[in-house]
Design a binder for this molecule. Sequence first.
Ligand code: NDP
Length: 292
Amino acid sequence: MSNTNQGPVTVLGLGMMGAALADAFVRNGNRTTVWNRSAGKADALVAKGAVAAGDVREAVDASPVIVVCVSTYDVMNDLFGPLSDALRGKVVVNLTSGTPDEARSAAAWAADHGVQYLDGAIMAVPQMIGLPEALIFYGGAQEVFAGQEELLKLLGGNSVYLGTDAGVPMIYDLALLTMLWSSLAGYFHAQALVSTVGVSAAEFLPFANTWIEHVITPAIPESAEEIDSASFETEISSLNVNKAAISHLVKTSNQLGINSDMSVAIQALIEKRVAAGHGTHALSSLVEAFKK
Ligand code: NDP
């Protein structure tokens, strides 16, 4: 299988992300066929050299590699259901977000129909597509990834193959998203707290930044070592100490009329571990509280 980034490619779905993917191929000079449910979204790409297909079958027929980026797996499944004959022998790279099970079902459908399938998770915003630092995870047959690696690097310079299980990229995707949401939600909770004493986000920013740099960032590799060795004893900050501190956070948030839902959820995890006899453990011991 040749590994080139010059070949013809089809992009199905020209939403915010799909349009960015197609644009990266057009900029590289690939013959890029595009299709979108709402046809007008193809116009800007056609002006740059893309070819608009009249329907999905025409788009699939136009290229050996089909990149899909629609809102859900159900949408992709509905598009592909009637086209299994046209897709046989083609490479499908699905960059739609969903769950690991949806990815594995799509991979199983593809295998049943002779389609070479890669599932991908884009860890970037559309503006980052094509940049060296754009991270995209892939799962599926190793030889299919190897055959398309150069083409896929046009979308994300940091394209990482995670193995044959097509569900794994979605696990990584959700793992990084839970980090994003929970860490930013903690920051927003912090801003809401300081706002009660008239402090603006800009005024608090230097302290948030120094806290992340000197306390949170170093805790990530330290915690990784503790988690992998299942060795949670600490000389720094125990769950017992954190149990007391988070009760102050919940109480103060409630008194100030600030939503404490997230703090209450974290408090419950800490209390669960302390109740199980792990009060002398580091915070990283909470990983065990997440496991059922
Ligand atoms: P948009 O909402 O901008 O686009 C959704 C796309 O899905 C459009 O092309 C839309 O077509 C198409 N679509 C929706 N329903 C149907 C349908 N019933 N039949 C045919 N096509 C349909 O979303 P994005 O482009 O931002 O996201 C696409 C995927 O990429 C999502 O799974 C998202 O999670 C993922 N992603 C997005 C990121 C981002 O920053 N935007 C980052 C990482 C992943 P139409 O134009 O006709 O509505």
